[in-house]
Write a protein that binds this ligand. Structure first.
Ligand SMILES: Nc1ncnc2c1ncn2[C@@H]1O[C@H](COP(=O)(O)OP(=O)(O)OP(=O)(O)O)[C@@H](O)[C@H]1O
Ligand SMILES: [Mg+2]
Length: 320
């Protein structure tokens, strides 16, 4: 009898838990009608991960490396990104932009909180998310030609040879690399390599492009050309783009919406700004310059909030 009672109690607890999860899903689905990506109460602390890696179950890591937990890089971050939005992460170096991007890409786990994609929790990388990294050299396969690099994801997905060749060629044309199909990465400039990365991620037709400072290492001229091409590709494909930069002008030139991070530890998105100008944007235009200055001040404030020095303003005077 006592056992039966215990069992009934357990069943009730399980039912409550299942109901709760279902309600969370329903609530999340309702909140995400036009929301592609939802970041909910995300916190990230790296030290715990190291402890998990370093120590087995029967050893208390705190007894070995001390009870102090590392600081949270990100603390309780919330964000919603609309379908088709060009969204920018702007923040000082080390504030956790790449960390959040990698969590959204499914490469990193959260310490707390979750990311929802179309209302479904992200637990691993997926084909609907294409990632473009800052460093093309460590991302492209040096032994494969441009065409084969672009085809790679399609091959993994077992797309037939003729079909993947056709798609790869379209993507190569789209990023302006026609005529370079047979070259290998070592024969390409930095800008061309980034184009290959973009073509490769677009070839798999992801719904979301996740880009971590993809133009950060390029010269100003190439960067500008690729920025314009990215806008063209975004307009042509309607993809949702999540783009990290610490270049304020790049943020204003590209983004529909900018999320500004405070400094780590405990970094958060402290401000969001909508950029109210049509494309292509004239950064030298008086109103746009004034707007850019405002974003600069907001970023200063975000960093200052944690008692750090404001960022250098000298790049505001640079012309594109
Ligand atoms: N795998 C890791 N293990 C431990 N700490 C990490 C790891 N990855 C990042 N960090 C720490 O997390 C913080 C945020 O790093 P992250 O790379 O996300 O910053 P960021 O905003 O992208 O900076 P940047 O603009 O320089 O690229 C840094 O202090 C970094 O040292
Ligand atoms: Mg980074």
């Amino acid at each position: 009898m006592a056992l039966e009672k215990e069992k009934a109690k357990e069943d009730t607890v399980v039912k409550i838990k299942v109901d709760h999860v279902c309600k969370c899903y329903e609530k999340n689905a309702a909140a995400t009608e036009n929301t592609k990506i939802r970041v909910k109460n995300i916190s990230k602390q790296f030290e715990e991960e190291k402890k998990d890696l370093l120590f087995s179950d029967n050893i208390n890591p705190d007894a070995v490396i001390g009870g102090d937990k590392s600081a949270y890089v990100l603390r309780d971050v919330n964000l919603e990104i609309r379908e088709g939005e060009f969204h920018i992460f702007l923040g000082a170096s080390g504030c956790g932009k790449s960390t959040l991007l990698n969590i959204i890409a499914g490469f990193l786990e959260t310490t707390d909180g979750a990311v929802f994609l179309d209302g479904v929790p992200v637990t691993k990388p997926g084909p609907e998310r294409g990632v473009v990294f800052q460093n093309a050299d460590s991302s492209l396969f040096p032994w494969l030609s441009v065409k084969k690099n672009v085809e790679y994801g399609l091959k993994v997905k077992h797309v037939a040879k003729a079909e993947r060749s056709k798609i790869a060629q379209e993507c190569i044309d789209l990023v302006g690399l026609s005529g370079n199909e047979k070259k290998h990465p070592i024969e390409l400039s930095g800008g061309m390599k980034q184009r290959v990365q973009i073509a490769r991620s677009i070839a798999s037709d992801p719904e979301i492009l996740i880009m971590d400072e993809p133009f950060g290492a390029l010269d100003a001229q190439t960067r500008r050309v690729l920025q314009d091409e990215l806008i063209r590709i975004w307009k042509a494909t309607g993809k949702t783009i999540l783009f990290v930069t610490h270049d304020i002008q790049e943020a204003v030139y590209l983004g529909e919406k900018i999320s500004i991070f405070s400094a780590a530890p405990d970094a958060q998105i402290v401000k969001q700004v909508e950029v109210p100008y049509d494309y292509p944007r004239e950064l030298d235009n008086e109103a746009v310059s004034e707007f850019t200055r405002g974003v600069h001040e907001a970023l200063d404030k975000a960093i200052y909030a944690h008692g750090r020095e404001p960022v250098d303003k000298s790049n505001l005077t640079k012309t594109r």
